[in-house]
Design a protein around this ligand. Structure first.
Ligand code: AHM
Ligand code: MG
Length: 312
């Protein structure tokens, strides 16, 4: 069986391979911390992050651990959901690491899957470059199993962590099915959605009786990494659109360390990721914590959402 180190040796340069190896070791530590026998999952750290969210103790711990990995990897800088600004590290470092160290924070306390998302970026533009320029991207899921999906720009591979904290390959060519009968969106926000999303979801819900002519199921965990793992496994479409609430004109998710790494994985697995119309990978961020509407998954559905946007 191939492990992560062997996979990276054959597809990435030594510095990039070592950096992803450091991130995997960090994820093994985070996984162990989450499973520590006396861990109170939703213990609060008492601070608020760059986004105004109350930080949980695990958010802070995961951020420290990923920062340690970035430092070990010799990264030039570290950008994180939990830090206001980029942290400068090795002045001559070959790349920048961006991360959401603990995605799905609001779910920590209910024992559903949470994860770590990462992006390895060129140093040009202080890391604020279009997602297509990423050297690598991936995410770990801390669920019933600890898993990893990673791309170094040559397809997507999946791994599961063994008892020794090593990542063993599951699949060396993960592909997102083009068609799906599952959509994921926070329907509690329906009254705030804009007309294209209203129409798209109404057509899905109308099922076999509507214009789509077939039935859909809804799935929504509220944890991006968990939705994504499901979509990479069996297809699906995820939407966190712009809506009319104050502060949601660009949706909720962050471009640099959530949407862009996810989009690189999605495209490398044959799916699509857009903000409704534009490819996420073509958007150049102007700020570390910039938000972006996100639609990703099975290409047929992402295209359908785009055609609803084209219709106005
Ligand atoms: P987080 O990075 O603070 O955990 O926030 C991101 C999360 C995603 O994991 C998830 O897709 C989304 O926010 C859920 O938002 P909502 O509760 O508004 O549906
Ligand atoms: Mg997140």
């Amino acid at each position: 069986m191939t492990n992560l180190a062997a996979y990276l040796d054959s597809r990435a340069g030594p510095e990039l391979a070592a950096a992803i190896g450091e991130l995997a070791a960090a994820a093994a530590r985070i996984s162990a911390e989450i499973r520590a026998p006396r861990r109170v999952l939703d213990a609060v750290a008492g601070d608020v992050n760059a986004d105004g969210d109350t930080q949980k103790a695990l958010d802070v711990l995961a951020d420290e651990i990923i920062l340690g990995a970035a430092r070990q990897a010799g990264a030039a800088a570290y950008m994180s959901e939990e830090r206001e600004a980029a942290i400068p590290l090795e002045p001559d470092g070959p790349f920048i690491i961006a991360s959401d160290p603990l995605d799905g924070s609001s779910n920590i306390g209910v024992n559903v899957s949470i994860g770590t998302i990462f992006s390895v970026l060129p140093t040009a533009g202080a890391g604020l470059v279009a997602g297509r320029a990423q050297h690598a991207a991936g995410f770990f899921v801390y669920g019933p199993q600890t898993t990893l999906l990673v791309t170094v720009g040559a397809g997507v591979a999946s791994f599961r962590m063994d008892a020794d904290g090593n990542f063993q390959m599951i699949d060396d060519n993960v592909r997102i099915p083009e068609q799906t009968g599952e959509f994921a969106i926070n329907a509690g926000n329906q009254r705030y959605w804009l007309p294209p999303v209203q129409r798209y979801i109404a057509d899905c819900v109308a099922g076999a009786d509507g214009p789509r002519g077939r039935n859909f199921s809804q799935r929504y965990v509220g944890s991006l990494v968990a939705e994504a793992w499901r979509i990479f496994s069996r297809g699906g479409v995820f939407l966190y659109p712009a809506d009319s609430r104050d502060g949601f004109a660009d949706g909720r998710l962050r471009l640099v360390y959530e949407a862009a790494p996810m989009a690189l994985l999605v495209e490398q697995a044959g799916g699509r990721a857009t903000d409704g119309t534009r490819d996420i990978l073509d958007i150049t961020p102007t700020a570390v914590h910039q938000r972006v509407p996100l639609v990703f998954g099975s290409s047929e559905e992402v295209d359908e959402v785009a055609s609803q946007h084209a219709a106005g």
